[in-house]
Design a protein around this ligand. Structure first.
Ligand code: 1CP
Length: 333
């Protein structure tokens, strides 16, 4: 059995670790490829380069899993909405052509994302992946919906006006869920051993809307992944109550953000926990990093726990700090 699965199944004696955004701009070898590939979507759809980027962090660090280099916004892209990444701005999406989106078939969608699936297959065969997990992922229905409607990052936005047309939103959400399942299935059939569902924008919703936009749609995907006998990790960033989320969605693993209190989580949650450490500690002093890493490891000492961050590695992180972090986690006992 591979390392992360051992942790999830409570069979591991050593601590497991991987990091969200472990492949990315903080690595010079990534920046080197990125500088020659200015179109980000095209880079994600280059199966050789995306497979190479996926294993870059495994060549440097003693981490237990790779996450396929791709992006959650490839799903709107494959549904025919234009997606561009503007430098120093973030994603920019085009208008939704609903009649067109509602006619897209499974094979057309899968064909557009074929390079992602081929990259998974290629990565699985690489020596760096021996005895390691390969994580496939999707954005949660809510996070994909809000990007599609808002057409740029919803950061600091009032999203209310986007959600007024109830019938349109319901219809779009159904389509999103249908294709997220197809995307999950294709990643699994090509070799992903775990699926992570990123719900990056739960924090924008009022609790009264959780059931409609977060709990029910995500539970639908969780059940789907479980039916394939693959573990599923959910990361509802900014949720107000992790315990309620776990009861409603029933993931195998709950990934927590840096606002969650590790001690409280450890005392109240009975599934495997992942993550939590604020990525800012990787750009501070080694001493502060060590103190805070130990805070998480102590809190989860007697629980199944996967070490990770409370959000992605920041671009201005020094890779030597990541190396130090991995060693702290592996050497802890
Ligand atoms: O060079 C660059 O400018 C590209 C930066 C970049 C990278 C490295 C983007 C643009 N996406 C990615 C890869 C990526 N995205 C991965 C690869 C695997 C890994 O983690 O190593 C993953 C899992 C994602 C997932 C993703 N994309 C999320 C969920 C996690 C999160 O960060 O909350 C989200 C919200 C996106 C959208 C997205 N893609 C890229 C950016 C800058 C963003 C966020 C935009 C925003 O602020 O709204």
């Amino acid at each position: 059995m591979t390392a992360l699965l051992d942790c999830i199944n409570k069979k591991s004696n050593t601590n497991c670790i991987w990091l969200m955004r472990q492949a990315g701009r903080y690595l010079p070898e990534f920046r080197n490829i990125r500088s020659k590939n200015t179109d980000f979507i095209k880079l994600c759809l280059d199966e050789d380069l995306s497979s190479e980027i996926t294993v870059q962090p495994l060549k440097r660090f003693d981490i237990d899993a790779a996450i396929i280099f791709s992006d959650i916004l490839l799903v709107p892209y494959a549904l025919g909405q234009s997606v561009k990444f503007k430098k120093d701005f973030g994603p920019l999406l085009g208008d939704i052509d609903f009649p067109k989106i509602s006619k897209i078939g499974e094979s057309e969608f899968s064909e557009k994302l074929k390079p992602v699936y081929n990259a998974i297959k290629k990565t699985k065969d690489k020596v760096e992946l021996k005895d390691k997990d390969l994580i496939g992922f999707v954005g949660a229905p809510w996070t994909i919906l809000i990007y599609m409607l808002n057409k740029k990052s919803p950061k600091n936005e009032d999203i209310g006006s986007n959600l007024k047309d109830i019938k349109f939103i319901d219809d779009l959400l159904k389509i999103i869920i249908k294709f997220l399942k197809i995307h999950i299935e294709n990643q699994i059939s090509n070799g992903a051993t775990i699926i992570q569902i990123f719900d990056s924008w739960v924090g924008l919703l009022d609790e009264k809307d959780y059931d409609k936009f977060v709990y029910r749609p995500t539970r639908n995907l969780v059940n789907f992944v479980k039916s394939k006998n693959i573990p599923v990790i959910c990361f509802p960033k900014g949720i107000n109550n992790y315990k309620n989320y776990v009861s409603a969605v029933k993931p195998d693993v709950i990934s927590i953000d840096y606002d969650a209190d590790p001690k409280e989580i450890s005392e109240t949650i009975d599934v495997t926990v992942q993550g939590g450490l604020n990525p800012n500690f990787l750009i501070g002093s080694k001493k502060d990093l060590q103190t805070n890493v130990i805070k998480y490891l102590d809190a989860f000492k007697n629980k199944p726990y996967i070490f990770n961050l409370g959000h992605g590695v920041l671009p201005n992180t020094d890779p030597s700090m990541v190396d130090y972090l991995v060693k702290l986690v592996k050497d802890y006992s």
